[in-house]
Ligand binder design. Structure first.
Ligand SMILES: *Cc1c(COP(=O)(O)O)cnc(C)c1O
Length: 374
């Protein structure tokens, strides 16, 4: 791409196909919520939200109010459910822009209730409960009766229109802890049943991408998804879900170095033979992990090229000795898909990271190109 050192390519047609594939997991009554927090995991909240809106996604989600208002400014009209609480002083702004806010406890609910009534309206809310993650929400584990009473008190606040009950669980990366996740899911389900018995009809949701895959029986009314939609969650490959993103740069220079040359800062790599090296235009200043050194790979002309020595702030040195056809200006793929291309998971595994973390940490100024290709 002209004038840019590196860029992201996001194929929205893959996002569309992933959306369709994921629907195979969903029961007729379950609706996906398109979570586009943190600039859509670094891939651009606005274009992704627009595409999700086009796909008929009825509800979007961001972490905070500022992000939600940015979507509104861009013309996104779907209701937006926040994942985190707001400052009660922002209640009327949330009401005005059709933003649904989680109530994290009775005190928080009361403050927003006052503000909503002062503004002469009602704030749309979901009550957030904490079933064992020990993050936001009304704690439930070990105090079920108190939690029920607290929820009922929130439901009685006249300035709030409470539509849902939600929790977020610890996840199941490690099968040894699956029983803990199941305990949280089951505790939440019991709570929704008891509230239903008391006559409250609330939309319930507790699953994000990984829990949905592991325990689809707890999908309830909504599932909140990002990584599955973008193809950043490896388990979904079996369903035909694919990664929608590629990070690319180009070859800025190619040169020969004799055996014994030290490549890069701090003399961490010495050429074991005469080599052809290429300088690629991306570094840790673009948001790559600095632990990406010898051992990592990038891709040139469909072939894997080793990263040599330490990554610097703006550049990476790669081994082109066995790719003699490589030419100045060639595209270098840092991660993506296709023959000889490291996946974002390969990249994340180099430093024990997660694909969502990799894309979220990329600098916002990296240009993003959206295509509708495949
Ligand atoms: C980020 C987030 C999600 C989406 O997570 P994925 O695993 O990427 O689908 C869902 N719910 C909450 C509360 C979140 O914070």
């Amino acid at each position: 791409m002209m004038g840019t050192r590196c860029w992201l390519e996001i194929d929205l047609s893959i996002l569309r196909k992933n959306w369709t594939m994921i629907h195979h997991l969903l029961q007729p009554g379950c609706t996906p919520v398109g979570v586009v927090k943190h600039n859509g995991y670094g891939l651009g909240a606005i274009p992704i939200a627009r595409e999700l809106e086009r796909l008929g996604c009825p509800l979007l989600s961001t972490a905070g109010l500022t992000e939600a208002l940015e979507l509104r400014q861009a013309g996104i009209r779907a209701p937006i459910l926040l994942l985190g609480p707001i400052d009660p002083a922002c209640t009327s702004a949330a009401m005005e822009h059709n933003v649904i806010v989680p109530v994290v406890d009775l005190e928080h609910g009361r403050l927003m209730d006052e503000e909503a009534r002062r503004a002469g309206g009602r704030l749309r809310t979901h009550i957030k409960v904490d079933a064992g993650l020990n993050r936001l929400g009304v704690p439930v584990l070990g105090r079920e009766e108190e939690a029920l009473a607290e929820i009922e008190a929130i439901l009685a606040l006249p300035g709030l229109t409470n539509e849902g009950l939600t929790t977020h669980i610890s996840g199941m990366m490690d099968p040894a802890y699956d029983y803990l996740s199941l305990r949280q899911l089951e505790l939440f389900r019991q709570l929704t049943r008891r509230l239903a018995q008391r006559g409250f009809s609330l939309k319930a949701h507790c699953e994000s991408s990984l829990p949905l895959l592991a325990h689809p029986e707890y999908q309830m009314d909504y599932v909140r998804l990002t990584s599955a939609l973008l193809g950043l969650q490896p388990g979904y490959e079996a369903l035909g879900v694919r990664c929608a993103v590629q990070l690319k740069t180009s070859l800025l220079q190619i040169k020969q170095v004799p055996k014994g040359s030290s490549i890069g800062y701090r003399m961490t790599y010495t050429a074991p033979r005469d080599m052809t090296i290429g300088i690629a235009g991306i570094g840790y200043g673009d948001g790559l992990s600095r632990s990406l050194t010898t051992g990592a790979k990038m891709s040139v002309r469909g072939r894997e090229a080793d990263v040599l020595g330490k990554l610097s702030m703006s550049f990476a040195v790669i081994d082109l000795t066995d790719i003699p056809e490589a030419a100045l200006g060639d595209t270098v793929t840092v991660f993506g898909y296709g023959e000889g291309v490291p996946s974002v998971q390969d990249y994340a595994a180099l430093y024990g990271g997660h694909a969502c973390e990799v894309t979220s940490l990329l600098k916002e100024r990296i240009p993003k190109v959206y295509s509708q290709r495949s």
